[in-house]
Design a protein around this ligand. Structure first.
Ligand code: AMP
Ligand code: MG
Length: 347
């Protein structure tokens, strides 16, 4: 963990995380500052979710459109009660998946003057708020000690791949945040599952490590918002879904087809990046090729995806294989299709 130096020197002071340092970060949040902290999904850029000015600093640091709401991180599921209308299904989900990578959208509560307790600037002007209880120990300790909900989007410049290691955070946020806590590599590597709930139905707005199958174990009716897989021109339920996202500077193109067809297509392509599987031996020794893991190992693909997209950048085009959409694969597919701006070549 280190405070940003005011001079231009790139002087990074990494310290062992101690209770004192977490207290310092918690104080920074309480006083309106910006703290980058590790979570089990990706690194978050955190600020006091009850402080409009602090929230505005998040949008400025990321270059994030102000209509894209922030997730409010809490220390326990029942803290949501103070800020939002909860219900029976929320608590059933909380018992099964919290703390963990699940974000639930809930209606906001007003204070006695009729003003939403979580300011509109945090929720992109919406009457709902996104609630999550992270499981990462540093994140939990920070939120607990801050004593306020912590609004935290991913700690990347808006549109870029989310950070899953300190080096990504430094690339994007060095000089923009007041403090950065190094928590090593992110365990999951993709952002949380975002859902809305209505009586006894769940709609997935953004897929993540809590899969549709997992959710069906708690609630019979689970649907996936069409914007997860397809280009959507209307007003999306999740404002974030309408922006190009998770993308390196290079153009990303997904290749749909059997192994041999993909190898044939790539045979004469030069100076491109390739994101493939461990079993793609004809591709692996080419320069500019990285593997996201075994074809069926979606957890490894999720963990490596954003780092691969950053590491492959610097070429004009990155070609990628097309992951299957079952289980956690749906989340990997969703991030790749957004990074590709829906550009797919069927072979
Ligand atoms: P990030 O902060 O980068 O993890 O992105 C948060 C995601 O949650 C974005 O896609 C937002 O659009 C979505 N989100 C946050 N709050 C809400 C809300 N109240 N209603 C719908 N989607 C939301
Ligand atoms: Mg993000």
């Amino acid at each position: 963990m280190f405070p940003n130096p005011s001079d231009a020197a790139f002087n990074i002071d990494t310290k062992i995380i101690t209770p004192d340092l977490i207290e310092q970060a918690a104080r920074c949040v309480r006083e309106g500052g910006l703290v980058v902290f590790p979570t089990e999904t990706v690194y978050g850029l955190g600020a006091n979710a009850l402080d409009s000015r602090a929230a505005k600093r998040i949008y400025a640091a990321k270059g994030r459109p102000s209509d894209n709401p922030l997730i409010c991180h809490m220390s326990s599921p029942d803290r949501a009660e103070i800020y939002c209308e909860t219900n029976e299904l929320y608590y059933r989900l909380a018992r099964r998946f919290m703390p963990g990578p699940l974000t639930v959208i809930l209606p906001k509560k007003n204070d006695k003057n009729g003003v939403p307790v979580i300011p509109d600037s945090v929720t992109g002007g919406l009457a709902t708020a996104a609630v999550r209880v992270p499981s990462n120990a540093v994140a939990r300790e920070l939120i607990e000690r801050a004593g306020v909900p912590v609004a935290a989007p991913s700690a990347n410049i808006s549109g870029r791949p989310s950070p899953t290691a300190l080096r990504h955070v430094i690339e994007d946020m060095y000089g923009r945040a007041d403090m950065i806590i190094d928590g090593g590599e992110s365990e999951i590597g993709l952002e949380s599952t975002v859902i809305t709930i209505d009586r006894n139905t769940i709609k997935i707005l953004r897929p993540g490590a809590v899969t549709p199958e997992d959710l069906r174990g708690v609630c019979g009716s689970v649907t996936v918002d069409p914007a997860v897989c397809e280009k959507f021109d209307g007003v999306p339920l999740s404002p974030g879904m309408k922006y190009r996202h998770y993308a390196p500077r290079a153009r990303v193109i997904m290749l749909e087809g059997e192994d041999e067809a993909v190898y044939g297509f790539l045979a004469d392509k030069q100076d491109c990046g390739i994101l493939c599987y461990d079993t793609d031996t004809p591709l692996l020794d080419r320069p500019g090729t990285m593997s996201m893991g075994k074809k069926e190992d979606h957890a490894t693909q999720a963990r490596r995806l954003f780092a691969c997209l950053r590491d492959l950048d610097g070429v004009e085009v990155i070609y990628t294989r097309m992951p299957s959409r079952d289980g956690l694969g749906l989340a990997v597919y969703n991030r790749l299709i957004k990074a590709a701006g829906y550009e797919v070549i069927s072979l």
